[in-house]
Design a protein around this ligand. Structure first.
Ligand SMILES: *[C@@H]1O[C@H](CO)[C@@H](O)[C@H](O)[C@H]1NC(C)=O
Ligand SMILES: *[C@@H]1O[C@H](CO)[C@@H](O)[C@H](O)[C@H]1NC(C)=O
Ligand SMILES: *[C@@H]1O[C@H](CO)[C@@H](O)[C@H](O)[C@H]1NC(C)=O
Length: 441
């Protein structure tokens, strides 16, 4: 063989190798529901529905990692044991869902280890499944639960925006993906990415709301006495069910979701050109071109009952008590529960306000006014983490939605320049006197 023939021969092997790798690019997904309990039904049912979409579109279970508490199927309040639905007329979405991480293993730490592919650290924990994706693979991450300024809640613990940002940066450096799409449903979910996610690391993301507002529950089900879905989540998923996602771009899905999620601002972050140039199937499917049977649009009018996350607990109780006669034992019991919930909400609100007031004791009365009336953008991530963790330790579980709803005031304390020391001192002052409260969440 002539030298030039050798070169052509070698070059063609390299080429074939390259084509092979690209064709072998796989799809991976991580789905997380960050809550438990019957009244939070909707988060786990969202995740189950998301799994059905990825499964139907050809992603094998070996590449889908599901983190959910998994207390609903058997819950004593479940009138259809073993069945979970995500739409009033919907079919079971629970069947076949992998049980990778359930119960106490649904934690921010395990989520981070899963994303970083730390197989060793996950040995013996749940299924031990982690992202084993590489530079040719696409990754889809979907998270749904309660959130607050710069954090999202898990059944155990919370995940801070800065820690998620760090994890994502590490995934990029370690070439854990070719392209990645992240969808987040939570109150103030924009604050998980705003000012953090860069536009040059091949990640496109959308969130249920901007950094300052609530996200919304929808589909109250009278038989199950809980909300079946979250507005942003069911909107993107029903779009994936109804559209030909081999032709629909991520940006188009964002637009549809934005339009149908009419109570909060659905946002997009990161590499927007990725969103405009890639089809949904490249992340929510096995990237095959065969079109899946479309499910048709569900009845969207049923979403007229959407309610802000912070009001869900009270809304469910109000629905339930309306079923019973005045003065019936059931009704009186539910009225007591409703009153307790209102009281809880007030205690939490007063506690956070007192912390702000005491933190400003030294003659800065109008500073108190400022931090309790207007939201500032979170930049002091470390101070915020320290202060909220201190509240968690000394006052109450911050995963409680009334607590989450007030954490922006704590973020403001950091933003206005108070030191962690001063804020922690105020927290001790208020909560040592009250004692740590045991509120459900
Ligand atoms: C999916 O298919 C498109 C078009 O064929 C291709 O450009 C892209 O690299 C594929 N993605 C993966 C993860 O294989
Ligand atoms: C977020 O991550 C990016 C890298 O992806 C980094 O440049 C940026 O400094 C990080 N932001 C914070 C607040 O850690
Ligand atoms: C939002 O859309 C639903 C239908 O999906 C409708 O019932 C409701 O009135 C709309 N709300 C607002 C504030 O436009």
């Amino acid at each position: 063989m002539l030298l030039s023939q050798h070169i052509i021969f070698i070059a063609s092997i390299v080429l074939i190798g390259a084509v092979g790798r690209s064709a072998a690019g796989q799809n991976w997904a991580v789905l997380v529901a960050g809550s438990n309990g019957w009244y939070n039904y909707r988060h786990q049912s969202d995740v189950c529905h998301a799994y059905q979409i990825l499964h139907k579109n050809g992603i094998p279970d070996s590449n889908i990692i599901v983190m959910m508490y998994d207390d609903l199927a058997k819950d004593k309040q479940n009138p259809t044991k073993g069945v979970i639905i995500n739409h009033p007329d919907g079919q079971d979405v629970y069947k076949g869902v992998p049980h990778d991480y359930t119960g106490k293993t649904v934690t921010p730490k395990n989520f981070i280890n899963v994303l970083l592919g730390k197989k060793d650290l996950m040995k013996g924990v749940g299924s031990g499944k982690v992202l084993e994706s590489g530079p040719d693979d696409n990754v889809f991450i979907y998270f749904t639960d309660h959130g607050a300024t710069g954090l999202v809640a898990f059944p155990t613990g919370v995940l801070y925006a800065k820690d998620l940002n760090k994890t994502i940066a590490e995934m990029h450096t370690e070439k854990k993906y070719k392209e990645m799409v992240i969808y987040i449903e939570a109150c103030e979910s924009g604050s998980m990415l705003e000012g953090l996610l860069p536009d040059n690391i091949n990640i496109y993301a959308t969130t249920a709301s901007n950094a300052e507002e609530s996200s919304y529950a929808c589909y109250y089900d009278a038989k199950r006495e809980t909300y079946l879905g979250d507005l942003y989540s069911v909107n993107w998923m029903e779009d994936s069910d109804a559209e030909d996602i081999t032709k629909e771009t991520l940006f188009k899905q964002f637009q549809v979701t934005q339009q149908t999620t009419n109570l909060s601002h659905v946002m997009q972050y990161g590499d927007l050109t990725l969103g405009a140039s890639h089809n949904v199937i490249e992340f929510q499917g096995a990237n095959k071109t065969n079109k899946q049977q479309s499910a048709g649009r569900m009845n969207t009018l049923l979403k007229g009952d959407a309610v802000a996350t912070v009001d869900v607990r009270q809304s469910i109780l109000s629905h339930r008590l309306a079923k019973f006669a005045v003065n019936s034992i059931e009704r009186m019991q539910l009225e007591r529960e409703l009153a307790q919930t209102t009281e809880q909400r007030e205690i939490i609100s007063k506690t956070i306000d007192s912390i702000a007031q005491i933190a400003f004791q030294v003659n800065r009365a109008n500073a108190y006014e400022t931090v309790t009336s207007k939201r500032m953008k979170l930049t002091q991530h470390d101070c915020y983490k320290a202060a909220t963790q201190h509240i968690h330790e000394k006052c109450f579980d911050i995963q409680n939605e009334y607590a989450l709803n007030k954490l922006w005031i704590v973020a403001n304390l950091c933003e206005i320049g108070l030191q962690s020391f001063t804020i922690n001192h105020a927290i001790d002052n208020v909560c040592d006197a009250l004692g740590r409260q045991n509120f459900q969440y």
